[in-house]
Design a protein around this ligand. Structure first.
Ligand code: DX5
Ligand code: ZN
Length: 216
């Protein structure tokens, strides 16, 4: 199980996006939070920015779509060059069909669960996914406090993945920091989003390396 660090650019200087991504060369992916002000009470960036960023960096792009109607909008992110596309279980009408469509377009298919959404109802469809994102804050904003109440779900998801013998990656997102990443890794996560912990630091790449060490 390889550890991967995927910094979120939500708390970066968005007027200098390519430069900000160049500050994290040790990252495995760059995590881009797309919010539509409907699924979550915040509005960020969308398809044209992902298209431009894909041209401007060699890092693969991990898009996290906090949007309504991902069945309609998510495939375009795969076409725009995102290596991984995450839609929310709570928003998707036909998650299996959508995951298959994302894979057919060449992206890794990923599904996210908000803190109050259980993993069990999705146990039988995990084989359709390349990654499961377990939110450890309510989605919508960076800089929130890590919810320890989500740790048992990470453990349950890891058990389901092991029992089924799947290659599925388990990503955590929200409040992941030097202080909390160890707990997430211990519970079974292997892909770690960190926004404010990375971009509030003087040397973001040093924090990426530090997080990796603490998760290993
Ligand atoms: C929150 C986003 C996160 C956010 C993480 O809804 O999905 O990716 O940027 O930021 P931190 O690490 O500051 O919680
Ligand atoms: Zn995110």
């Amino acid at each position: 199980m390889a550890i991967q660090i995927t910094p979120s650019i939500l708390n970066a200087d968005l007027s200098r996006l390519a430069d900000e991504v160049a500050r994290i060369p040790s990252a495995d992916w760059v995590h881009v939070d797309v919010m539509d002000n409907h699924f979550v009470p915040n509005l960020t960036i969308g398809l044209p920015v992902v298209e431009s960023l894909a041209q401007a960096t060699d890092l693969p792009i991990d898009t996290h779509l906090m949007i309504e109607d991902p069945d309609r909008w998510a495939p375009a992110y795969a076409e725009a060059g995102a290596g991984s596309v995450t839609f929310h279980a709570e928003a998707a009408k036909a998650p299996v069909r959508l995951a298959r469509e994302l894979r057919a377009k060449g992206a890794r298919a990923s599904m996210a669960l908000k803190p109050a959404t259980s993993v069990e109802p999705y146990a039988d469809m995990l084989g359709e996914l390349d990654m499961l994102l377990i939110m450890t804050v309510e989605p919508g904003f960076g800089g929130q406090k890590f919810l320890d109440a989500c740790l048992p779900k990470i453990r349950r998801a890891r058990e389901l993945v092991s029992e089924a013998g799947l290659e599925l990656w388990l990503q955590v997102d929200g409040g992941v920091s030097l202080e909390t990443i160890g707990r997430c890794a211990e519970a079974g996560a292997d892909v770690f989003v960190a926004g404010s912990a990375v971009y509030s630091a003087e040397d973001p790449d040093a924090v990426v390396e530090e997080l990796r060490k603490l998760a290993t």
